[in-house]
Design a protein. Structure first.
Lengths: 327, 421
């Protein structure tokens, strides 16, 4: 058993590319679910439209990467409006069903053979982010012994964590503003806020757009980091993972999604690496490597259930603040 | 409202049965699943052997056929979809050319699709639009009935407990998997295996309620929290099924390659007819249960107002448990029927869960009759939409309708206004 490699992998992945992507998605979802109480189960769709917006603009329309990012953000705003108009007036579970349906619609469309010439079918689109790597200030890989990044990953991870810090700061300042207090009020008791003369619908829509755009940044990081967009990355499972992370870290807390994403991803990598190593070295003989992946997912499912039942406020949360069922 | 809706539905189901019955009347045997076939002849009607035909389709499907002594070729394709058929012109005998190009694109829905490559100056023949509409209507009703089984259970559970159960799709899968287990590992005949599968699911449904949801209700866990718990349970069960069953799609040992019955443009297998009749029987039994039996009436009372029902002497927990048993059994039947037509796989329930939700939302959350009605509409809509949009996007059409319905009539077609609050 090579514990050294397992530990290195785990620690690197805890702050690595995937953790950054999930983290941005979770920071956005925190605005929806944590602060406003919107049950958005289509967070994957926001990442998908951003990533595809970027990839299509660059590789199909020949635009610059930066124009592509602008188009991706516009796409995310548009998606928020499309989702919000029919559902934000309805009860929470309707929003859940519609957002899940919308995410599937987008995934099915971009992976279809019909639109292959635009979205590349199930293979997706590759190689469109050279402009981003051309700006890489790092001249070599990073090797701290326990944490290792290649030259390109180091650049992606640095930009990613700057984005996480920036968006978290924005969310923090917004949530202590009067605007943020209205959002929390909507989460606790929509009717009370409405009776104060606030336009609840407009506030919810603004929150949906803000969280969606933060999620979109995660989509850009995903597209750029792997230089590819693939439809099945953005399945409903992705959104469920983000929920687990957010609840694990603590919803309605600034550091909740960050801590949650890092711990969740590290645990997932650790379990996977550990079991795989054990299978490869013959320590565990009753499992195959494919089954290790399945066990990881089973643990995610159990973890989400247990968290929600026994500790819905997560690691950092405050149970009194987060009355999950005031809606 | 309920009684009138029930009358409407009984009439609707009767119409379904009639359409299916008519379709089944005269018989001529062909193989199941879409078959693309044709015959290559010279303009003088002499057969042309040894011509190579390639078929490509969705999910990377490729198939090849070479014409036999009668000039006939045939390619069995795995599923409905859009296929491209090309004829290798270099394999035609010298001096013979094609009158209308060497490539055809056809949309195969089931049964047989004839593709012609006229030589000389013959013309291309396509299946008629009317025939397609009739075939798709039959397919849509079959799908609608399967969705209805899932939707009614989901809606009953929602109505009595308020739980939006995102793990309902796994009940569908469970029905198919237990039946598959009894049919293969224990070698039961399929009918017996299905009965045993349904019984197992009824027990597991009751257990799931007792061990998980009842405890959560007792703890006072909120509805949103329970929704997230059901998502966690869904993920866990799905990957448990994958772990136990592996990733491939399996067929039940019996009836998998059953001969179809063809009436004019419509092709339907006997197993689909029997399945549809079973589904109709199960739905009628559920309607009878809801309207006529004490327990059914009690379940509607609980759905209306649990506190009042409890105060008037109804054992609310027992009613909920019975509703869970019913919901799990109906979902399991949906699983068995889906398994019969398109095979058993670990995520088959997840694949139709959103359509079930669409059906339930269309009819109105929490109204069992609405769910039934919604399911038939969604089923028809999905199949008929392939007339205008590519088959691979047919679910997209249904989901878009779901969103539009919420925009114009959020309480659903049969829902009551106050339920959406």
């Amino acid at each position: 058993m090579d514990f050294n490699s397992i530990i290195t992998q785990t620690l690197t992945q805890a702050i690595g590319v995937s953790a950054v992507i999930y983290c941005l998605a979770a920071v956005g979802l925190n605005v929806h679910f944590g602060y406003t109480g919107l049950l958005n189960f289509g967070q994957a769709a926001f990442l998908a439209v951003a990533a595809y917006g970027l990839a299509v603009s660059v590789s199909r329309m020949g635009l610059s990467l930066w124009v592509g990012i602008l188009i991706g953000i516009l796409a995310a705003v548009l998606l928020a409006l499309l989702l919000g108009v029919p559902t934000l007036r309805l009860r929470a579970d309707y929003l859940a069903i519609v957002t899940i349906a919308a995410a599937e619609i987008i995934r099915l469309i971009v992976r279809s053979v019909t639109f292959r010439e635009y979205f590349g079918g199930s293979d997706g689109i590759t190689r469109f982010a050279d402009e981003f790597y051309a700006l890489n200030p790092f001249s070599g890989p990073l090797d701290l012994g326990i944490i290792k990044f290649s030259q390109n990953d180091l650049w992606v991870v640095t930009v990613g964590w700057v984005l996480i810090a920036f968006t978290s700061f924005v969310v923090w300042s917004l949530m202590r503003s009067p605007w943020g207090r209205v959002l929390k009020g909507i989460r606790e008791d929509e009717d009370a806020v409405r009776s104060l003369g606030k336009n609840v619908y407009a506030y919810k829509m603004q929150a949906l757009i803000l969280g969606g755009v933060i999620g979109a940044l995660g989509g850009f990081m995903a597209a750029i980091a792997f230089q590819s967009v693939q439809p099945d990355t953005y399945s409903t499972e992705f959104t469920f993972f983000v929920y687990t992370m957010l609840i694990l870290g603590g919803a309605a807390r600034i550091f909740g999604p960050i801590l949650g994403a890092a711990i969740f991803w590290a645990l997932l990598v650790f379990v996977g690496e550990f079991l795989n190593e054990a299978v490869n070295k013959g320590v565990i003989t009753f499992l195959s490597n494919t089954q290790v992946g399945q066990i990881r997912f089973m643990l995610v499912g159990i973890g989400l259930m247990a968290l929600m039942i026994f500790r819905p406020q997560g690691i950092l949360g405050d149970r009194k603040e987060l009355a999950l069922d005031a809606r | 409202v309920h009684r009138r809706a029930a009358g409407l539905l009984v009439a609707l189901l009767g119409a379904c049965a009639l359409v299916l019955g008519l379709a089944a009347a005269p018989a001529s045997a062909t193989t199941t699943g879409p078959v693309i076939f044709g015959t290559i002849t010279t303009p003088e009607d002499e057969p042309v052997p040894g011509v190579v035909i390639d078929v490509t389709g969705p999910d990377g499907f490729t198939g090849t056929s070479t014409t036999d002594a009668e000039g006939a070729w045939e390619v069995q394709v795995p599923a409905s979809g859009s296929y491209t058929i090309s004829l290798d012109e270099s394999t035609l005998p010298e001096g013979l050319g094609l009158a209308a190009g060497s490539e055809r694109t056809v949309t195969a829905f089931g049964g047989k699709v004839r593709v012609q490559f006229p030589t000389g100056d013959s013309v291309l023949v396509e299946s008629s639009k009317v025939g397609q509409v009739i075939q798709l209507t039959v397919d849509g009703l079959l799908l609608g009935l399967i969705l209805a089984l899932g939707a009614v259970g989901l809606s009953l559970i929602y109505g009595t407990t308020g739980l939006t159960n995102f793990a309902h799709g796994e009940l569908v899968t469970l029905g198919a998997l237990t039946t598959y287990f009894y049919a293969t590992v224990l070698s039961f005949p399929l009918i017996l295996a299905a009965a045993a599968g349904l019984a197992s699911c009824a027990v597991l449904g009751a257990l799931q309620d007792r061990l998980l949801w009842k405890q959560l209700r007792r703890r006072g866990t909120g509805l949103i929290a329970m929704l997230v718990v059901s998502i966690g349970l869904g993920i866990f069960l799905r990957y448990l099924f994958l772990f136990l069953f592996q990733g491939s799609t399996q067929q039940f040992p019996e009836f998998s390659g059953q001969a179809g019955i063809e009436v004019g443009p419509v092709s339907i297998t006997p197993k689909a007819i029997i399945g549809a009749l079973l589904a109709i029987a199960a739905i009628l039994a559920t309607i009878y249960w809801l309207l006529r039996t004490r327990m059914g009436k009690a379940s509607r009372a609980v759905a209306d107002n649990p506190a009042l029902a409890s105060a008037s002497g109804i054992d609310v927990e027992r009613v909920i448990n019975v509703v869970w048993i019913l919901g799990a059994t109906l979902a399991a039947l949906a699983g068995v029927l889906t398994g019969l037509t398109s095979g058993v796989s670990w995520n088959m329930g997840q694949q139709i869960l959103l359509l079930i939700f669409a059906a339930v939302t269309l009819g109105g959350l929490g109204t069992a009759f609405g769910a039934l009605f919604g399911a038939l509409i969604v089923g028809l809509l999905i199949q008929l939409s392939t007339l205008v949009i590519p088959p691979e996007l047919k679910s997209v059409g249904a989901l878009v309708i779901l969103i539009v319905i919420l925009l114009v009539r959020p309480q659903g077609l049969l829902g009551r206004r106050e339920r959406i609050g």
